[in-house]
Design a protein around this ligand. Structure first.
Ligand SMILES: [Zn+2]
Length: 378
């Protein structure tokens, strides 16, 4: 995961460095600022906001112009001094593919540098699909997506968001198969990243949990130092993606964010994970009854726990269940936070519904590939 360095104390400004050997780090800062400013920015503005010298900004922007990553885009309105040339990100210079692999649906999205969607395809998938067949379907759709790449555009890679558990670093799935669940046969320990890369002629592939990629889709272009964002996903399961201090928090084994498996009812009903009284099993029972208000109340209790544990200061709700009744979840979760946080006026936690909606996982999967261009690699 990538993140910009913390800015100067008390500032949200990303701090650049003028040390030699960190050109990519500084170029990422410049590209990140231009990505967040669709109208563009002047070299003087970039120097001010990164803390880099005008000379360093001159060298970086000259290189990015030569590489076709940015373009000159007219002049800034004069405020009395010499007019300043605006620089803008060249969105069509490169693209990435975002894939959302669900048990019953496949979505493939082509995204350019500015985050614009240039190709979108969603198709149903048989729940008993084999890993090899899924890889074939994904490969075929990526082929169609990239056939429409703008002339000269580079394809940087493909990101895949799917349910966990999985090992992000190794790109291997750990889909435990309960006895008798034949439709999951072959998925446990499946090396999805390497199998896809082999079919895509070595294209870089990144695999991550759907909750993590969806959280990335909600990340600001220039993350706030110290910010804590929780993306809560309620669909066939309940999970969370955590963006802490601007970076995804995956944990050592990509097992962070198992929000649905916090025990909230000791000796409660059994959960698929082997535990009892998990938040997820209680929530899914309410969904089966069609009671979204009760499910929202339970999600809200879990979110309040999370806020108190990690000082989360922004909550985004997503997933099929939430999107089917967004107002109910907004109200239910907000009410629980306000009831359970000791001083909500001092510790406000705004709650919103995912702006990317059904495409959050796929858009964030593309961001797995695009993000490192714009932020410092950590
Ligand atoms: Zn559980």
């Amino acid at each position: 995961m990538t993140t910009p360095p913390p800015g100067p104390a008390g500032s949200s400004r990303p701090a650049g460095t003028n040390l030699a050997g960190l050109r990519d780090h500084n170029a990422a800062l410049v590209l990140g600022l231009l990505r967040a400013a669709p109208r563009g920015g002047s070299r003087v503005e970039l120097a001010t906001r990164t803390g880099l010298t005008p000379q360093a900004i001159g060298k970086i922007t000259a290189r990015l112009l030569a590489e076709g990553m940015i373009v000159e885009a007219g002049q800034e309105a004069s405020t009395g001094g010499k007019p300043r040339t605006l620089l803008r990100l060249r969105a069509e210079a490169a693209c990435a593919v975002g894939v959302h692999l669900e048990r019953d649906e496949l979505t493939v999205l082509l995204v350019d540098l500015a985050g614009r969607h240039r190709y979108l395809h969603t198709q149903p998938v048989d729940r008993a699909v084999t890993p090899a067949e899924a890889v074939r379907l994904i490969t075929a759709q990526i082929g169609r997506a990239t056939a429409g790449l703008p002339a000269g555009a580079r394809l940087l890679g493909a990101g895949v968001g799917c349910r966990g558990p999985l090992d992000h670093a190794a790109g291997v799935l750990h889909w435990f198969t309960p006895p008798g669940a034949r439709d999951l046969a072959g998925w446990d320990r499946y090396p999805l990243r390497d199998e896809l890369a082999a079919r895509l002629d070595g294209l870089p592939v990144v695999v991550d949990k759907d909750t993590n990629t969806a959280a990335l889709a909600e990340a600001p272009a220039v993350p706030r130092p110290g910010g804590g964002l929780a993306y809560i996903h309620l669909a066939a399961g309940l999970g969370a993606g955590l963006l802490l201090d601007g970076a995804l928090h995956r944990g050592t084994r990509t097992n962070a964010g198992e929000f649905g498996h916090q025990t909230v009812q000791i000796d409660g009903p059994p959960c698929d994970c082997g535990n009892h009284g998990c938040l997820e099993v209680l929530c899914l029972a309410e969904l089966r009854r069609g009671d979204h208000a009760a499910a929202a109340r339970l999600v809200g209790v879990g979110v309040a726990n999370l806020v108190r544990l990690l000082d989360i200061d922004r909550v985004v709700l997503g997933g099929r269940a939430v999107l089917s009744a967004p107002d109910v979840y907004l109200a239910g979760v907000t009410a629980q936070i306000e009831a359970r946080i000791p001083d909500p006026d001092w510790q406000p936690v705004p709650v919103s519904v995912s702006s990317a909606g059904r495409l959050a996982v796929a858009a964030g999967a593309a961001e797995l590939v695009l993000g490192p261009l714009f932020r410092r690699r950590t």
